[in-house]
Design a protein around this ligand. Structure first.
Ligand code: NDP
Length: 342
C-alpha cells in the first residue's frame, strides 16, 4: 500500500521512510523543493534499488490548499504521515510566520485535502511532540506527564523562539484533534509525541558540522567548560531514539491498538551530566576535551530538574516495546559524527 509522508526530507522522516521501504510500502514524500529532496532520493534508491519511492514538491504547506494536488493526483494513497513542521531555531521571520502558520495551516491543509480528495485514506499519523504534552513552571518537574497531559501555553504569552515552537506544536495538535472530532472522518488518527529525538542520521551523507536541532544539543554539551567539576544540570529534558520514533509512526498502520493512540514515548530523562558520563565512559579520546562534571551527581540532578513521565500506555499496546537506551542513542550519534568531524 501507498503512504504519503510530508516533510520527507527531515531527520525523523527519513527514518520513517526507511522503515516503510524496508516493509515494502510504496512511499510518496513531499519536500519543499527538488534541490532539497534529490540527494536524499538518490540515497534511498541506492539503499533500496527495488523500493518504490517518489517525491512531490509542496513549496509552501501554509498556503491555502497546499496539499490538494498531491492527494488529487494520487488516489492510491492509503496512509498519511504528516511530519513536516518548522523545527530549526534562528529563523529570520516573526514567530507566527516562522512557526505557528506552517505548523497549524500545514496540519489543517493536509486534513482538508484528505477530506476533499481522499476518502480512501484509512489512517493518519501526525508528528506532534512532547512540546504539546509538557507542563510549565513548577509542574514541569513535579507532574507525572502522561498521554493525557497538555501544554497550557497560550500563543499570546510566547516570549522566545523555543516557546513559539512549543506553542506551534500544541496548537497544531489541538487543531487536528478538533478537526477530527467535528468532521468525524472514516480514517483513524494517531499522533506521535516524542521529547528530544536523538540518534544517528539515516545516511552518513546527511551528517554536517552543525547537526539537526535535537542532536545539536549533544554538541552543545561537549562545548561546556572542559574544566567543570560541578554537577552539570543544563538541558533538563526527556529523550527518545529516532529509530523508535520512526517505528511508532508505522505501528499505527499495522497495530489496531495504536491506530488512535496519542503515542507519548520517552526512553530516559536527559541532562547534561548524563551525556557527559556516557561520552566519558565510551570515548576515552575525549577525556580532558569535554567536561567531566560530577559523575555521581546525575541521579540526583535528574530527580531535581527533569520531568517525570509515564509512557506505559503506548509501550504496552506495542507488545511491551523496548525502547533504545539513551546510551546507545548518544554513542551512535557520536560514532557517526566523529567519523566525519573528529
Ligand atoms: P527536521 O528539521 O529535520 O525536519 C523538519 C521537516 O519539516 C523537514 O522536512 C522540513 O523541510 C519540514 N519543514 C520545516 N518547516 C517547514 C515549512 N515551513 N514548510 C514546509 N515544510 C517544513 O526536524 P525533525 O525531523 O526533528 O522534525 C520532524 C517532526 O518531528 C516535526 O514535526 C517536529 O516538530 C517533530 N518533533 C521533533 C523532535 C526532535 O527532537 N527532533 C521532538 C518532537 C517532535 P526542509 O527539509 O525543507 O527543511
Amino acid at each position: 500500500s501507498t503512504v504519503l509522508v510530508t516533510g520527507a526530507t527531515g531527520f525523523i522522516a527519513q527514518h520513517v521512510v526507511d522503515k516503510l521501504l524496508k516493509r515494502k510500502y510504496r512511499v510518496i514524500g513531499t519536500a519543499r523543493s527538488e534541490a532539497r529532496y534529490s540527494p536524499i532520493l538518490k540515497e534511498f534508491k541506492k539503499k533500496y534499488p527495488k523500493g518504490e519511492i517518489t517525491y512531490e514538491v509542496v513549496a509552501d504547506m501554509a498556503a491555502d490548499d497546499a496539499f490538494d494536488e498531491v492527494l488529487k493526483n494520487h488516489p492510491e494513497i492509503k496512509y498519511v504521515l504528516h511530519t513536516a513542521s518548522p523545527f530549526s531555531y534562528g529563523l529570520d521571520k516573526p514567530f507566527d510566520e516562522a512557526y505557528l502558520k506552517p505548523a497549524l495551516h500545514g496540519t489543517l491543509n493536509i486534513l482538508n485535502a484528505i477530506k476533499k480528495y481522499a476518502p480512501q485514506v484509512t489512517n493518519v499519523v501526525i508528528t506532534s511532540s512532547f512540546a504539546a504534552v509538557k507542563q510549565s513552571g513548577d509542574a514541569f518537574r513535579t507532574t507525572v506527564h502522561t498521554k493525557e497531559s497538555w501544554n497550557p501555553i497560550k500563543w499570546e504569552e510566547v516570549k522566545n523562539e523555543n516557546e513559539a515552537y512549543c506553542a506551534s506544536k500544541t496548537y497544531a495538535e489541538r487543531a487536528a484533534r478538533k478537526f477530527y472530532e467535528e468532521e468525524k472522518p472514516a480514517y483513524k488518527l494517531a499522533t506521535v509525541n516524542p521529547p528530544m529525538v536523538l540518534g544517528p542520521q539515516l545516511f552518513d551523507s546527511s551528517v554536517e558540522k552543525v547537526l539537526n536541532t535535537s542532536n545539536e544539543l549533544l554538541n552543545k554539551i561537549t562545548h561546556l567548560d572542559p574544566t567543570a567539576t560541578t554537577p552539570q544540570d543544563k538541558f533538563a529534558l526527556l529523550a527518545v531514539d529516532v529509530r523508535d520514533v520512526a517505528e511508532f509512526h508505522v505501528l499505527p498502520l499495522e497495530n489496531k491498538e495504536l491506530e488512535s493512540e496519542r503515542e507519548f514515548i520517552a526512553s530516559s530523562p536527559l541532562i547534561a551530566q548524563t551525556i557527559l558520563n556516557i561520552l566519558n565512559d565510551n570515548f576515552p579520546e575525549l577525556h580532558g576535551k569535554i567536561a567531566k562534571g560530577d559523575y555521581s551527581s546525575a541521579g540526583e540532578i535528574i530527580a531535581k530538574f527533569c520531568p517525570k513521565y509515564d509512557v506505559s500506555s503506548s509501550l504496552s499496546k506495542a507488545s511491551d516495546y523496548k525502547l533504545i537506551s539513551l546510551e546507545k542513542s548518544v554513542v551512535d550519534v557520536y560514532k557517526q559524527y566523529f567519523s566525519k568531524y573528529s
